[in-house]
Design a protein around this ligand. Structure first.
Ligand code: NAD
Length: 276
């Protein structure tokens, strides 16, 4: 049976695996793409994390290459795209998946350094990889760009002020790029996961004081959205697969929630920790 990404060359940025039993979103996307027939460049800040994902793909019979790059550095964003292009000969699908909350806070205590770090990694880097890949896609006659945004781009409250704004920027950029480059057959979309059970987010829930221990996570998950469970990395990967494959050939400029219906509830509210 033909794979849904047969013949495609894909780059997934932020696709290493954290040392954890829970699969990260970028890794899940890379493995699914490879399973569906794509050749994948797996990019991560940590080479060993990228190599761990590549090994999993190659062990399963797929084709993948590891690239180390720090997307906080503007020149690295350009280099990683060109290295992937040199390695595979073309790039049909770019997935921007890196984000950080390092230094983030609420609107009144956030410091400029924290704001800048979050904006550079979550927003500027996605623009710069797009800036590098779009001319290549124009020349080859099309391609797809899917960026991992977050339901946090639309929700209010909480202590991740810069993170939410950076993701809102990603959604706005997605729409603008989609409109600008549709005539070249380049489709740009984003996905908006809500809470996904990755190690990164489980640690974050505890650090932010949303739950005190992992025992409370299940109850929180049940209440967090209408479908009553956290998402999995694979839930997000299947949405990205659809948006990167020819099955979504007539879709561009959209931001797709993958959130168990959370954004549909209009009213779920995270009360500030210091509220009276
Ligand atoms: N996990 C969730 O609950 C959740 C919810 C909404 C949105 N998201 C979004 O999904 C994406 C992935 O989240 P995840 O939980 O799977 O994270 P993750 O930490 O498991 O994966 C991100 C990868 O990016 C790499 N990375 C970090 N900084 C980098 C840098 N400067 N340069 C290159 N690589 C870097 C990390 O090494 C890691 O392997 C992020 O964009 C995040 O905002 C996650």
């Amino acid at each position: 049976m033909a794979g849904r990404m047969d013949g495609k060359k894909a780059v997934v940025v932020g696709a290493g695996q954290l040392p954890s039993k829970l699969t990260g979103i970028g890794r899940a996307i890379s493995e699914l793409f490879a399973h569906e027939g794509a050749e994948v460049c797996v990019v991560d800040y940590f080479l060993d994390r990228a190599e761990a994902t590549v090994k999993a793909i190659v062990d399963a019979g797929g084709q993948a290459h590891a690239i180390a790059a720090d997307v906080a550095e503007p020149s690295e964003c350009t280099r990683l795209v060109h290295e992937a292009h040199r390695t595979m000969g073309r790039i049909d699908a770019l997935v921007n998946n890196v984000a950080t909350e390092e230094g983030d806070s609420d609107p009144l205590t956030l410091e400029v350094e924290g704001w800048q770090r979050v904006m550079d990694v979550n927003f500027r880097a996605m623009w710069l990889t797009c800036q590098a890949v779009i001319p290549l896609m124009q020349e080859q006659g099309g391609g797809t760009i899917v960026s991992t945004s977050s339901a946090g781009s639309r929700t209010g409250g909480g202590n991740l002020f810069a993170y939410g704004l950076s993701k809102a920027g990603v959604d706005a950029m997605t729409h603008k790029l989609a409109m600008a480059f549709a005539p070249w057959g380049i489709r740009c979309t984003s996905v908006l996961p809500a809470w996904v059970a990755t190690q990164h987010s489980m640690d974050g829930l505890i650090q932010a004081g949303v739950v005190e221990s992992e025992d409370q996570v299940e109850e929180l998950a049940r209440r967090s959205n209408p479908l009553g469970r956290f998402g999995t990395a694979l839930d997000v990967a299947y949405a990205v697969l659809f948006l990167s494959s020819d099955e979504s050939a007539h879709i561009t400029g959209v931001s797709l929630p993958v959130d168990g219906g959370m954004l549909g509830t209009i009213g779920a509210y995270q009360r500030p920790r210091n509220a009276p």
